[in-house]
Design a protein around this ligand. Structure first.
Ligand SMILES: NC(=O)c1ccc[n+]([C@@H]2O[C@H](COP(=O)([O-])OP(=O)(O)OC[C@H]3O[C@@H](n4cnc5c(N)ncnc54)[C@H](O)[C@@H]3O)[C@@H](O)[C@H]2O)c1
Length: 250
């Protein structure tokens, strides 16, 4: 019996990077996975690879920054697989670097809408559905930048801090009904989001800021996320867990 046999999961932003790694890891351990993404072709590629490897998954086009899309995603999971037990609110975006005085209001709104509002919209739809299914667990993808700051990244840092508070409230409201909610804080992970925003020199400098001397992998974030979603973590809720290669150990 695999850890997630007969469990139904939603992974938002599952078409790339960390979400792709988590979707594949959940499916490899028996979960039926709804892989959502704003880019449906990216979600479908991940689903095709899961199915080719013998797993069960379905792609769903959804923008986490739209509340109705989160409701539709939960309904799709229930209609397709009969229930919802697990959710990973992973979709996230960055914005061009700027000091606060020069920070575009539109960029702030765009980032906060996906990185914070999107997690709220997700939880709002997912938590009652998971209670109705008899319980389960949720992981919200924060960042090491949920506990430390970085210059020129105000909207992202503020959103990743705020969703740790949101995680605590979700845990206080729903843990007694059988739904644990935790936040994960990755250090810098080698994904398209990071590679596309850094020069080779900046990448080398970033590696050195981790005690490990390297960036993390999506598999390393998936390992922690799956632990928190599993029954092995049955007394863990409302907390924030780093997987940051020692970035914040300074
Ligand atoms: N890569 C890192 O170093 C790192 C570190 C800490 C935290 N994180 C967080 O992990 C999460 C995943 O990051 P990643 O590096 O894998 O990014 P990524 O860009 O590789 O993948 C993100 C996926 O989310 C999708 N997406 C973007 N906006 C969306 C929306 N509104 N609705 C639905 N899907 C949307 C994208 O199309 C993409 O497929 C993000 O929340 C990010 O902030 C990443």
């Amino acid at each position: 019996m695999a850890r997630f046999d007969s469990r139904v999961a939603i992974v938002t932003g599952g078409g790339s990077g960390i979400g792709e790694g988590i979707s594949k890891a959940l499916a490899a351990e028996g979960a039926k996975v709804v892989v959502t993404d704003i880019k449906i072709e990216a979600a479908q590629r991940v689903v095709d690879e899961i199915v080719a490897a013998g797993g069960t998954a379905a792609a769903f086009s959804a923008n986490t920054g739209i509340a109705e899309d989160s409701e539709k995603t939960v309904k799709f999971a229930q209609d397709t697989y009969g229930a919802l037990h697990l959710a990973v609110n992973n979709a996230g975006i960055g914005a061009p670097a700027a000091n606060i005085g020069d920070y575009e209001v539109a960029a702030w709104d765009r980032v906060v809408n996906v990185d914070l509002n999107g997690v709220f919209y997700g939880l709002r739809s997912q938590l009652p559905a998971i209670v109705a299914a008899g319980g389960g667990a949720v992981v919200n993808m924060s960042s090491v930048l949920g506990s430390v700051g970085i210059a020129q990244n105000a909207a992202y840092v503020a959103s990743k801090h705020a969703l740790i508070g949101l995680t605590k409230v979700a845990a206080l409201e729903y843990s007694a009904q059988g739904v644990r909610t935790n936040a994960v804080g990755p250090g810098f992970i080698d994904t398209p989001l990071v590679r596309s925003s850094l020069s080779p020199e900046a990448l080398t400098g970033l590696e050195a800021q981790h005690a490990t001397g390297r960036l993390g992998t999506d598999a390393e974030v998936a390992a922690l996320t799956l632990f928190l979603l599993s029954d092995d973590a049955s007394f863990i809720t409302g907390s924030y867990h780093l997987v940051d290669g020692g970035y914040s150990a300074h």
